[in-house]
Write a protein that binds this ligand. Structure first.
Ligand SMILES: [Fe+2]
Ligand SMILES: [Fe+2]
Length: 269
């Protein structure tokens, strides 16, 4: 499978420095590093699915696309801020953050669980980049985020398709599926992004997780609109193979939106 776009498809000439939002710049730098690190996840996934060459191939292509997200965001961040030293920041990031790639068993307990959690990650990224694309006034960042969001929706579909293959074998009950999905959502406030945010934006050691996390989440959460969450809720429930009516999806999305607003206020306080 080939990539759906390349860096040459980005309208770099349209870059408008006067429209760069400094807060979006800071989170774009953090995202560029997390995306760039995808190869480690591909190694991890290839170990978990060691006898499934079809999935392994898909995982390798997936990682190349994620790395391209990192490259596009990096180039944009360098355009917007010539002092941004990606290599230095990325080294800081990879020195301090490593995922256990050697394991042969998913940290989620089963392959279905692993794939549900991969789906949830793509729910997170697809809604995040959709929200950033809508929020960005700067045309190049907008175009990049739109392209990335398109990939993330396709990634979700990819992991979902493979999850369906394993689903009858692993037979996870509804509580387990829900726990994995919700657990992964809660984890998304974890160390990786706030540490990347710190490495890209903060020269001062040491890393104080609570502080960087608050700075990061404040800048990220404010861009979510109800429509982004409606789609995210529907996709998350589908990944956990839980059927919900449209009305209940809307209710949950409204609840999630309120929760985000509440988190934002708490973090600000
Ligand atoms: Fe990505
Ligand atoms: Fe993705």
């Amino acid at each position: 499978m080939s990539k759906h776009w390349t860096l040459d498809d980005i309208p770099w000439d349209a870059f408008d420095a006067t429209k760069v939002d400094p807060d979006l710049l800071r989170i774009a730098k953090a995202a560029s590093m997390v995306e760039r690190n995808a190869n480690d996840y591909a190694i991890y996934l290839c170990n978990i699915f060691h006898d499934d060459s079809e999935f392994q191939e898909a995982a390798r292509t997936w990682a190349q696309e994620e790395e391209q997200h990192g490259e596009a965001l990096r180039r944009w961040a360098e355009l917007a801020d010539s002092s941004f030293d990606f290599k230095k920041s990325f080294r800081r990031f990879t020195d301090g953050f490593q995922i256990p790639v050697e394991s042969l068993l998913s940290v989620r307990g089963s392959r279905t669980g692993e794939l549900i959690s991969r789906c949830v990650v793509e729910v997170g990224t697809s809604s995040y980049y959709s929200a950033l694309a809508d929020a960005s006034e700067e045309p190049v960042l907008k175009a990049i985020c739109r392209n990335i969001a398109g990939d993330e929706f396709r990634h979700y579909k990819l992991f979902y398709t493979h999850m369906k293959r394993y689903y009858p074998k692993d037979r996870l009950n509804v509580l387990k599926r829900l726990r994995i999905a919700l657990g992964r959502i809660i984890e998304s406030e974890d160390d990786e992004l706030s540490f990347a945010y710190f490495c890209a934006n903060d020269e001062r050691e040491p890393y104080v997780r609570k502080k960087s996390s608050a700075e990061y989440l404040q800048r990220a959460y404010r861009h979510y609109r109800l429509r982004h969450l409606e789609r995210a809720v529907a996709m998350t429930m589908k990944a956990a193979t839980i059927r919900l009516s449209d009305r209940n999806v809307q209710r949950l999305a409204k609840g999630a939106h309120r929760l985000l607003r509440w988190r934002l206020r708490r973090i600000a306080a």
